[in-house]
Design a protein around this ligand. Structure first.
Ligand SMILES: [Zn+2]
Length: 281
C-alpha cells in the first residue's frame, strides 16, 4: 500500500479549495508534504480521516505562506511523546524555526525528544518511512525551493516538484520517473488578472480581470498546464499529476486541465480535487 491523499490542490489565492499539500503514506507511516496556508490543514486532515498525530515526517518545499503556514497548527499543543521529523532546506529552516520560536517559545526551548529538525541540501538523501529520498534544488526563479525524489516500493520514482516549472538542471534526476507531481497554475488559454497589489499572479477572487497579461499568461515563476505536460513528455515520465491549480472554474477544472495536458502528454494524467486519494503502486 502506497498512496497519497491530496489535502489541498490549489495555488496561494484559492477560495474554493485548499492550498496544495498532501499526505504520502506507506506501510511504515505518513509524511505531510507542504502544509497549506493555515489551520484549515487540520480540518482537511479530519475530513480525510487522518489523525495529525500519525504524521511522523514533514517536508516543506519553500517559505511562501500557502506552503508553510499550516506548520504552527502541527506545533500547537505538541505533546512530550510526539514523534516528528521535519526536513527543511536552509531557507525554510530559518523561517520555520524563527516562526516557531516566536509563537511557541517554551516548546522550542525544550523540544520533545522525538521532534527533530533536519536541514537538507541539494543531493542529500534520507531514509523516510523506509524509503530512499533524494532532495533536489528546483532552481526557483523566486524564493529558494526544493523538491524530492522518493523511491517507491516497486522501485519506481515519485518526484515532488513543488510549485515552480521544471529546470534543466534536474533533467537526469527526473527522466523516466513513475510519477511526476508538477504544478499547473492555469490553462494556457486562461486570462490572468492582476494580483492584489502585486505584479502578475492570480486575480484576487479567482475571476480573472482587466489589465492582466493576455491569454496564455501565467503567474510569475509558474507554469501552465500545457507547459507542465510538455515537460512530462520530454522527461518521459509515466504518470503526470497536476496540482497547485486555480479555482476559477473548479467544477470543470479536472476535465479542462486533463484535456489541455492531453494535447502534450500521452500517459495517465491526474488532476485531483481536494481529498482525492491516489494509489501510487
Ligand atoms: Zn504555492
Amino acid at each position: 500500500m502506497e498512496r497519497i491523499t491530496m489535502l489541498g490542490t490549489g495555488h496561494a489565492m484559492v477560495f474554493d479549495c485548499f492550498n496544495t499539500c498532501f499526505v504520502y503514506e506507506n506501510e511504515n507511516g505518513k509524511m505531510l508534504v507542504d502544509t497549506g496556508g493555515g489551520g484549515q490543514l487540520l480540518g482537511q486532515m479530519r475530513k480525510a480521516g487522518i489523525d495529525d498525530w500519525d504524521i511522523s515526517a514533514v517536508y516543506v518545499s519553500h517559505r511562501h505562506t500557502d506552503h508553510i503556514m499550516g506548520l504552527p497548527w502541527l506545533f500547537r499543543g505538541l505533546g512530550r511523546d510526539r514523534k516528528l521529523k521535519l526536513y527543511f532546506h536552509e531557507d525554510v529552516m530559518r523561517v520555520a524555526t524563527g516562526m516557531m520560536e516566536l509563537l511557541f517559545p517554551d516548546t522550542m526551548e525544550s523540544l520533545p525528544e522525538g521532534v527533530e529538525f533536519i536541514t537538507v541540501r541539494d543531493g542529500d538523501t534520507a531514509e523516510i518511512l523506509g524509503r530512499h529520498v533524494e532532495f533536489m534544488d528546483l532552481h526557483s526563479p523566486n524564493v529558494p525551493q526544493f523538491g524530492f525524489k522518493l523511491t517507491l516500493e516497486d522501485g519506481g520514482a515519485m518526484v515532488f516538484h513543488g510549485d515552480v516549472p521544471f529546470h534543466e538542471a534536474n533533467r537526469e534526476r527526473i527522466t523516466g520517473a513513475e510519477w511526476l507531481l508538477h504544478e499547473a497554475f492555469n490553462l494556457s488559454t486562461e486570462k490572468m488578472g492582476p494580483p492584489p497589489g502585486g505584479k502578475g499572479g492570480p486575480p484576487p477572487m479567482g475571476k480573472g480581470g482587466p489589465g492582466g497579461p493576455p491569454p496564455g499568461g501565467k503567474g510569475p515563476g509558474h507554469s501552465t498546464v500545457k507547459q507542465a505536460a510538455s515537460y512530462a513528455r520530454s522527461l518521459r515520465v509515466k504518470n503526470l499529476l497536476l496540482f497547485h491549480g486555480s479555482d476559477n472554474d473548479i467544477q470543470n477544472r479536472k476535465a479542462a486541465y486533463t484535456a489541455e495536458a492531453r494535447t502534450e502528454f500521452d500517459g495517465p494524467i491526474y488532476v485531483p480535487d481536494d481529498l482525492e486519494v491516489i494509489d501510487l503502486t
